[in-house]
Design a protein around this ligand. Structure first.
Ligand code: NI
Length: 137
């Protein structure tokens, strides 16, 4: 872990009050931790924009009774075999499935994978969680 430094920030009092309220609502125990998370969020976003190696997860909700849907989702995942680290399938109820796909690699490929899966007919909802490998952050 690198050295911890302190620094001063000048800003509008109203803005700080708003930030403190937000941090409290989100259960941060101190302002510094809330501020660190904001900074890291920006750094992660930059990693995605610059095409660095990133990590993340895709979630999909779909009805497995829809014809060909499961096969299409499988075909797409095989096309992105180098990107996908693991996947988990949960049978939510008689019809609905939740699939969680973890990935690590290129942001462009990850975005392409997410778009391809979410746009398959019959997928009810999909999310792409953009995070980091944890290196350089
Ligand atoms: Ni299922």
């Amino acid at each position: 872990m690198s050295k911890v430094v302190r620094f001063g920030v000048s800003l509008d009092q109203e803005l700080l009050e708003k930030f403190d309220r937000l941090a409290k609502e989100r259960n941060y125990t101190c302002r510094s931790e809330a501020f660190r998370d904001l900074m890291r969020q920006e750094l992660v976003q930059k990693q995605w924009q610059e095409g660095k190696e990133i990590a993340g997860a895709i979630t999909l909700i779909y009805d497995h009774h829809k014809r060909e849907l499961v096969n299409k989702l499988m075909d797409i995942q095989h096309d992105f075999g180098a990107l996908i680290i693991s996947s988990q399938h949960v049978h939510l109820d008689h019809r609905n499935c939740l699939e969680i796909i973890a990935f690590k690699g290129s942001p462009r490929e990850a975005q392409k994978l997410g778009d391809s899966l979410k746009s398959v007919k019959g997928v009810k909802h999909g999310t792409l969680s953009m995070t980091t490998t944890g290196k350089d952050i």
